[in-house]
Design a protein around this ligand. Structure first.
Ligand code: ZN
Length: 462
């Protein structure tokens, strides 16, 4: 852990003396979701998360101010996330980007200096492939910078890219299939007044193309509205694009560049097999052997298996966690993390009903307080007032100089365990907050974390 981060975390820690527990929290899991079109008999991994037809990724280059002030509120309005590519030498507002990462957005590299003319050479220098990544990781916690976009659309040294990033974006103006021919040359569509897309209808057309191809469209956006940056795209067009995506949410998966890359790679590398099964329960395994140096590759894949015993209700778990499982049209649908342990599907609701997005309490702190005390009775002090402040308080508990494994558990307000993560403290650049922020519906949760026999819990609102 670099000194800057440690100092910043220590400062937060000092400000929150009531959270003076020394724990190393490193829930090192990456953002993720679901599936591949790889049917194996009566089992199938979806091509894209939620068995959607296509993925749409919105990438923003150069750190233009209006991206934060104008574009982000539009993404928030529809509940979508985007990816932001910073030129580290242009003094990005790291605090603002940290706040975005804390909410599930992605920050990646767009070089240190944006080589821009013949004298510079227009291609990113080899050294900046690694230094820009380090510069971002030194300033942004809760994620690893592992995707990149190339200044001037010119791909730099590919072997250095491969050693540092899981994927990179060129221009190309095309739409990729489910699996790009080269993850370091992923296509994108240039938007704005110098590009082919600058209206809601144009965005929609590209997304429809992606749907018809079961593919993946990546939009490249620079300035928004009337800022001074390159090739401005109108906020109206972005709003219209996301409104259309929301109305077609069953067909198109709007996600970050990183998530799309993870999903695509995991889906192609994973194999699903049935381990055991009878009329009341079935066990499956989902594994891949992707190298985990640059990513945990643990984005949940969307899966369906035939409902051979005609169950009418189903519950699911993976490892110690409940997972969402549902029945539709002769199949059982669920999302599972590759290498995340055995997946058990059981007839009936079972002891660990799936997470329901509608059952999470949204407000009423008094209701929350009382139900929380029913939840994890033994371990802890609950904060009775879940709020934004609490997520800050969680970060205040980070201590990086603890070795060994760190446990991080997420419970719903009925006390049911939803996630159970154990990671080496050395991987502690990912944030505890992500445990709640990723893959769970909006609501209030109890987060329990710690190591070396010392556990603590807080309530958090997502
Ligand atoms: Zn640029």
């Amino acid at each position: 852990m670099d000194v800057f981060l440690f100092e910043r975390q220590k400062k937060r820690w000092t400000m929150k003396k009531n959270y003076s527990l020394a724990v190393a929290v490193g829930c090192a899991f990456s953002l993720s979701f679901a599936g591949s079109a790889y049917a194996q008999g009566n089992m199938e991994i979806a091509t894209w998360a939620g068995f959607r037809d296509a993925a749409a990724v919105f990438t923003f280059d150069d750190g233009c101010a209006n991206q934060l002030s104008v574009a982000v509120p539009i993404f928030d309005k529809y509940g979508y996330k985007a990816s932001f590519y910073l030129v580290t030498g242009w003094s990005p507002n790291y605090n603002a980007y940290q706040a975005l990462v804390d909410r599930g957005y992605e920050v990646g590299s767009h070089s240190d200096n944006h080589a821009s003319n013949a004298a510079d050479g227009r291609t990113m220098p080899d050294s900046e492939i690694t230094s820009s990544k380090t510069n971002i990781n030194n300033r942004i916690s809760g994620q690893t910078c592992n995707t990149i976009t190339y200044p001037n659309c010119e791909e730099p040294n590919e072997s250095t890219l491969m050693a540092n990033y899981i994927g990179g974006r060129i221009c190309g103006n095309g739409i990729d299939g489910p699996t790009p021919s080269n993850y370091y040359r992923i296509n994108s569509i240039i938007c704005g007044n110098t590009g082919s897309v600058n209206s809601a209808e144009a965005f929609q057309g590209k997304m429809q193309d992606a749907i018809s191809r079961k593919g993946w469209v990546t939009f490249l956006i620079h300035e928004v509205d009337n800022g001074s940056g390159y090739s401005p795209t109108s906020s109206q067009a972005i709003d219209g694009a996301l409104a259309w995506a929301k109305a077609n949410d069953s067909k198109i998966w709007v996600t970050t560049f990183r998530n799309a890359i993870m999903y695509s790679r995991e889906r192609d590398a994973s194999s699903l097999s049935k381990k055991t099964g009878d009329s009341s329960s079935e066990t499956y395994t989902l594994t891949h052997s992707l190298d985990r140096t640059l990513s945990q590759y643990d984005y949940p894949l969307s899966i369906r298996v035939q409902n051979n015993n005609s169950w009418t209700t189903v519950s699911g778990s993976q490892g110690d966690k409940a997972i969402t499982a549902s029945i539709k049209d002769g199949y059982i649908y669920f999302d599972a993390v590759p290498n995340g342990g055995d997946i058990v599907l059981s007839n009936g609701q079972g002891a660990t009903p799936p997470v329901s997005s509608s059952s999470q309490p949204e407000s009423s702190s008094s209701q929350i307080e009382s139900s929380a005390s029913d939840g994890i009775a033994s371990s802890t002090s609950f904060n009775p007032e879940p709020s934004e402040e609490i997520s800050e308080a969680i970060q205040g508990n980070f201590h990086w100089n603890v070795s060994g494994d760190v446990l991080c558990q997420v419970f719903d307000m009925k006390g049911q365990l939803l996630k159970n993560l154990s990671v080496p403290a050395a991987q502690g650049t990912a944030l505890l907050w992500n445990a709640v922020n990723v893959g769970l519906p909006k609501g209030v949760y109890v987060l329990r974390y710690g190591n070396e026999g010392v556990m603590r819990s807080v309530q958090v609102r997502k």
